[in-house]
Design a protein around this ligand. Structure first.
Ligand SMILES: Nc1nc2c(ncn2[C@@H]2O[C@H](COP(=O)(O)OP(=O)(O)OP(=O)(O)O)[C@@H](O)[C@H]2O)c(=O)[nH]1
Length: 404
């Protein structure tokens, strides 16, 4: 071996200390919880290896006493922190309680074992850390959670494709890294005295060097993907209501229209407009008006079914596309929305809100959602003209009409 154990340990500690300072500087203050967990992983690794380094340089058995306890607690907690970062980035992963309980169990095991073995980690801790690494490898390969709305999945695909590379790298790294402490733990449990104990220790520290590099690269790529996704969402979302903005509504509606045509299913568009909204602003201020818009959007989302699409297409104008829906869909949605809005507006805003609506069915000649919107808008105009607070059918609609 070119470098001895103390030198390898010191170099690892130097790298960890540098990364612990550099990562937060590089990522900035406004980072997600996942990025904070990832930074916590580096910081806890630093504490763990520092404890081992201190024990090692004082000449005491490094797995004994307080040093061993702190080292195990911090190293195990670092793996749990990285697991939490993965869960935030990729969605729920299996093994949550095991990962959360592992640090304390391993730390206690390292002091209660009492074998006093003079090496980096006693068998129980080695076994526990290996299992945690395998759980991390599993967390990397576990499929990403499906987004709430079917259409959202297509929307995030470019980022999802990119994250396969870092997940594979990290998963393979932890899978391979787990094998060395696992081998050492097995030898210990079998009571085998082997002459290459020091070599195994050095292999573990070298593995930690490599894993540090791999995990920092993976963290940076994941963090960049997260930032991209965030910007992408911002560009497609109306900031006040959280619904799709007009542009996003237009582009996502194309997918719904082509799906409806491919499967020969009916599709309806409902246009919604708050009644006398100018008066809401006049009576309750612009801020009261904004709260009313946000509440209305929340009611719309509450009554939608999975697969439907809602967007804010103008100031107090909203559109909803109802997938696999004939004329009964708009009527049912309108009734549900009125009931929910009337119940929530008084309670949450302190004043009543009402809306008018018009709907149109997808027809064979429609080139885009704009054609449906024109007819739904004419129906909405009719609803306003005839007294507001109601739903009207598109001009000339009769129940016998065929869908697009
Ligand atoms: N608070 C708030 N008001 C908005 C926003 N966007 C548009 N508005 C207001 O919405 C009001 C729309 O008024 P009008 O188009 O006259 O319609 P209305 O008063 O709702 O009357 P009807 O539609 O005929 O029932 C205007 O006063 C706009 O200033 C917004 O983002 N926030």
């Amino acid at each position: 071996m070119l470098l001895d154990t103390p030198t390898l340990l010191s170099l690892l500690l130097l790298e960890l200390l540098s990364l612990m300072v550099m990562l937060p500087l590089l990522m900035g203050a406004a980072v997600s919880r996942a990025a904070r967990f990832a930074q916590g992983y580096i910081a806890l690794q630093c504490v763990g290896w520092m404890a081992l380094w201190l024990r090692q340089s004082s000449g005491a058995p490094i797995s004994d006493g307080l040093g061993g306890f702190v080292a195990m607690l911090a190293l195990s907690a670092s793996l749990s922190a990285l697991w939490l970062a993965l869960r935030d980035w990729l969605g729920r992963r299996p093994g949550r309680w095991a990962m959360m309980g592992a640090p304390l169990v391993l730390a206690l095991a390292s002091v209660l074992d009492g074998s006093g073995a003079d090496h980096f980690a006693i068998a129980w801790s080695g076994l526990g850390l290996s299992l945690q690494m395998l759980a991390l490898a599993l967390a990397c390969s576990w499929p990403r959670e499906a987004e709430q709305q079917g259409l959202e999945i297509r929307h995030i695909t470019p980022v999802e494709h990119k994250d396969r590379a870092w997940r594979t790298l990290l998963g393979l790294g932890f899978g391979a890294m787990a094998s060395v402490p696992l081998l050492r733990a097995s030898l210990h449990f079998l009571g085998r005295e082997v002459g290459w104990e020091a070599l195994l220790t050095q292999a573990i520290i070298l593995g930690a060097h490599v894993m540090l590099l791999v995990s920092v690269l993976a963290i940076l790529v994941a963090w960049r993907g997260e930032t991209e996704l965030h910007l992408q969402r911002q560009a497609h979302t109306d900031a006040l209501t959280g619904l799709a903005n007009r542009r996003a509504f237009g582009s996502r509606s194309e997918e719904l229209i082509s799906l409806a045509r491919r499967h020969g299913e009916p599709l309806c568009l409902v246009m919604l407009d708050l009644d006398l909204f100018k008066k809401v602003n006049d009576d309750h201020g612009h801020e009261g008006g904004d709260r009313a818009l946000a509440l209305f959007a929340s009611c719309v989302q509450q009554v939608l079914r999975v697969g439907d699409l809602a967007g804010r297409v103008g100031g107090e104008e909203f559109c909803v596309l109802l997938a696999r829906s004939d004329e009964l869909g708009p009527r049912a949605m309108d009734a549900r929305l009125r009931a929910v809005l009337h119940a929530r507006a008084e309670k949450e805003l302190g004043f009543a809100l009402d809306f008018s609506a018009g709907w149109a069915l997808l027809r064979p000649g429609d080139r885009s959602v704009e054609d449906m919107m024109r007819r739904a808008d004419a129906a909405l105009y009719e609803a306003k003209r005839s007294g507001r607070g109601r739903l009207c059918d598109e001009p000339g609609w009769t129940p016998a009409e065929k869908t697009g």
